[in-house]
Design a protein around this ligand. Structure first.
Ligand code: HEM
Length: 354
C-alpha cells in the first residue's frame, strides 16, 4: 500500500458544473465513517431537481410517508441475516439501470428463460428475494404506490451506508417497466475484460461520464467475484497460457491458489483487505496492480482514470470519494427512468412476463 500523502491534488476531472456532475443533497455521513463528512450542496440540488423534473427528492412524502425508513429497517434485518447481500443489492441496482434504465426490469421473470435475469452476467446477481420481501412490507403500508425501481435505488443507497459508506438522499418517482429481454442485458452490461475506451462507451450510452465510471467502479470495494470472471487473467491472457503482466506476480500467485483451474465456481473478494467495508481499499488495490477484474486493472492504464485512482490511493480522508460516489450513484439512478404515467406500479416485482 502506498503511504498516505498530505499533498493537495488537483481534481483530474474539472467538468463544468452545468454539465456534470449534478450534485446530490447529502443528508448525513455514515456514523461508522468519517464524522467530518458533511457537504452542503442544496442550491446545486435544487438546480438538479429542476433539470430532472420527474424524479425528485421525497417523491413519496405525501403518498407514502416514512417509506424510506421502512425500507431501511427491513434492510437492517436482511443484512443481519446475510451481510454479503449489501454488495448483492448494490450490483442489482447497477445491472437494472444499465438495461432499459432503472425500471426494475431485471426483477421480471420468464418461463422460457428470455428475461434479463437469465443473461449470463446476471446469473451471479443476488438480492432478488430481498427486494421482493421489502416490497411486500411496503405494499402493506402503501398499496400500489411505491415502485420496485425506487425500492432498488433506496436499497442500493442503504447497502452502501450499512457498509460504512456515505448516506445520501436518493431521488424517487421511478415507475416499473414490464419488458425484460435477455439480449438487452448482454449488449448493455459492460464486459469484465473491457478496456477504458470500451467501458467508457458503455457508460456514455447511459449518459454517464468517464468520471462516473471510475467512481462507480469503486463499488467493487465490497463484494466478491467468481474465479470464472477473471480466470483468463491468470491462465490464458493472450491465448498462450500466460498471466496478465499487469497483475502483480505475487498476487497473481495468491489468486491462482484461490482459483485452481478446477474450482472456477469459487469466489474471491475484490478488495482483499476490507471486503465488507466501503472504503478506499479498491483504489489501493487497483493502484498497486492487485485489482482482480481486468476492467478494474484497466483504470490504471488510462491517464484520466489513472489520475483518479492515484488521487484516491493517496487521499487522506474518505470525503471526496464519498461525495463523488453519491453524485455518481444519483446520476446512474437517472438512467432511462420511466416517470409520470409511463410504466406501472405493480404489487409484485418479479411477475412473469412470458
Ligand atoms: C465498470 C464496469 C463493471 C464491470 C465490468 C463489472 C463487472 C463485475 C463482475 C465481473 C463482478 C463479479 C461477478 C461474479 O463473478 O460473481 C462484479 C461484481 C460486483 N459489482 Fe461490478 N462491474 C462494473 C461496475 C459496477 C458498478 C457500476 C457497480 C455498482 C455501482 C458494481 C457493483 C458490483 C458489486 C457490489 C459486486 C459484488 C457483488 C457480490 O458480491 O455479489 N459494479 N462486477
Amino acid at each position: 500500500m502506498q503511504p498516505r500523502s498530505t499533498r493537495i491534488f488537483i481534481h483530474p476531472f474539472p467538468l463544468p458544473c452545468s454539465i456534470r456532475p449534478r450534485a446530490p443533497k447529502f443528508i448525513e455521513s455514515s456514523a461508522m465513517a468519517s464524522a467530518t463528512f458533511f457537504i452542503l450542496v442544496a442550491a446545486a440540488s435544487l438546480l438538479a431537481s429542476f433539470a430532472q423534473a420527474d424524479l425528485q427528492y421525497g417523491y413519496y412524502n405525501m403518498t407514502c410517508p416514512g417509506v424510506e425508513e421502512l425500507v431501511r429497517t427491513e434492510l437492517e434485518a436482511i443484512f443481519t441475516d446475510d451481510s454479503t447481500l449489501r454488495a448483492g443489492l448494490l450490483r442489482l441496482h447497477f445491472h437494472d439501470c444499465f438495461v432499459r434504465g432503472c425500471d426494475a426490469s431485471l426483477l421480471l421473470n420468464s418461463h422460457n428463460g428470455t428475461a434479463e435475469k437469465h443473461a449470463d452476467p446476471n446469473l451471479t446477481v443476488r438480492g432478488y428475494e430481498a427486494i421482493e420481501a421489502i416490497k411486500k412490507v411496503v405494499e402493506k403500508a402503501c398499496p400500489l404506490v411505491v415502485s420496485c425501481a425506487d425500492i432498488m435505488a433506496m436499497a442500493a443507497r442503504d447497502a452502501v451506508n450499512f457498509s460504512a459508506g456515505p448516506r445520501y438522499e436518493v431521488e424517487t418517482g421511478r415507475r416499473d417497466g414490464n419488458v425484460s429481454m435477455l439480449e438487452e442485458a448482454l449488449t448493455n452490461l459492460p464486459p469484465a475484460d473491457g478496456n477504458v475506451t470500451v467501458l467508457t462507451q458503455y457508460f456514455a450510452v447511459k449518459n454517464l461520464t468517464m468520471k462516473d465510471m471510475v467512481v462507480l467502479s469503486a463499488a467493487h470495494t465490497i463484494g466478491v467475484t467468481h474465479c470464472s470472471s477473471f480466470s483468463k487473467r491468470l491462465y490464458n491472457f493472450t491465448g498462450a497460457g500466460d498471466q496478465d503482466p499487469s497483475l502483480e506476480p505475487a498476487y497473481g500467485k495468491t489468486l491462482t491458489t484461490k482459483c485452481p483451474t478446477d474450482k472456477m465456481a469459487s469466489v474471491v473478494p475484490m478488495d482483499e483487505v476490507t471486503v465488507a467495508e466501503f472504503d478506499l481499499g479498491y483504489y489501493e488495490s487497483v493502484y498497486n496492480h492487485r485489482a482482480v477484474l481486468r476492467s478494474d486493472a484497466a483504470l490504471l492504464e488510462d491517464s484520466l482514470t489513472g489520475a483518479y485512482v492515484a488521487l484516491m490511493n493517496n487521499a487522506s480522508s474518505l470525503d471526496i470519494f464519498f461525495a463523488d460516489f453519491a453524485v455518481a450513484m444519483i446520476n446512474m439512478g437517472r438512467a432511462g427512468v420511466l416517470t409520470g404515467t409511463q410504466g406501472e406500479i405493480r404489487e409484485t416485482c418479479g411477475v412473469y412476463v412470458d
